[in-house]
Design a binder for this molecule. Structure first.
Ligand SMILES: Nc1ncnc2c1ncn2[C@@H]1O[C@H](COP(=O)(O)OP(=O)(O)OP(=O)(O)O)[C@@H](O)[C@H]1O
Length: 241
């Protein structure tokens, strides 16, 4: 598998606040990676920095070998990085279908069918306005709209937040399909650590703006002491989150 994304010594923040203090990791084509850690350690900031949405200080964000750290967010999206923010940016006054059309840019309208295949619920609700959607449906719509940009890497920021277990399962199943059938690489930030570990092949643990552990998820499932040390007792498998 060749490398898609490589971060090296990345430092970034907001105005005078530096949040990332030298983040380094890579993601290969089609790989499933989760980024976990306590609240406020910089997980969302890492995703935002990959997209160019924070104040960049130093380090590199290499996309297929080219440093894009100073490129615009739109450029990065066009190059194949899809970002689904924690805020689920759905246009509330537009219907589901209109929201999807807004994500098409210059791609043919027929591509919306792919979104409906992945999330049949969206087809059922195609004429409903964004305001009439449940949290889970909004999340599906946000993911589906990002996918219309045909990304090779999908950055997902806490997609399961506040959703019922059955909806979480539906979403995780869709992410699995994207990965297995379409080869989309996924970087998942998720507070539901067990779901993240089950889904991903490799885990990164972030603490104080730096990666403090990197390895196969199977190792963390087998030896939860690492999680215990870096995250919290509540994240240990078998205990409720
Ligand atoms: N837009 C912003 N302006 C200023 N500071 C911010 C902004 N967004 C986040 N921060 C700060 O950056 C730090 C890291 O936040 P970030 O959202 O990346 O953490 P996180 O690991 O994703 O946490 P959580 O799991 O709670 O979402 C926090 O101290 C937060 O208050």
């Amino acid at each position: 598998m060749s490398q898609l994304l490589a971060l090296e010594g990345l430092e970034a923040g907001y105005g005078p606040l530096t949040v990332l203090h030298g983040v380094s990791f890579g993601i290969a084509e089609g790989e499933r990676v989760c980024l976990i850690g306590r609240n406020g350690v910089g997980k969302s900031t890492t995703l935002k920095t990959i997209m160019g949405l924070t104040d960049y200080r130093r380090g590199s964000v290499a996309w297929k070998g080219t440093d894009v750290a100073r490129r615009s967010t739109v450029d990065r999206a066009r190059m194949g990085i899809g970002y689904v923010p924690q805020t689920r940016d759905v246009f509330p006054s537009l219907t589901v279908e209109e929201n999807l059309i807004a994500g098409l840019r210059n791609r043919p309208a027929s591509e919306i069918q792919h979104a409906y295949q992945l999330f049949p619920r969206l087809q059922e609700r195609r004429n409903n306005p964004g305001t009439a959607l449940s949290g889970g449906e909004q999340q599906m719509l946000s993911v589906a709209r990002t996918l219309l940009g045909n990304p090779q890497l999908l950055l997902l920021d806490e997609p399961l937040e506040g959703l019922a277990p059955i909806i979480c399962e539906e979403l995780m199943h869709a992410f699995d399909q994207l990965s297995q059938q379409h080869g989309v690489a996924i970087l998942l930030v998720e507070q539901k650590v067990q779901e993240a570990l089950k889904f991903a092949q490799r885990a990164l643990i972030l603490d104080h703006g730096a990666v403090v552990h990197e390895g196969p998820t199977a190792e963390l499932i087998e030896d939860p002491s690492v999680l215990d040390r870096h995250i919290s007792v509540a994240a240990v498998p078998g205990q409720t989150h």
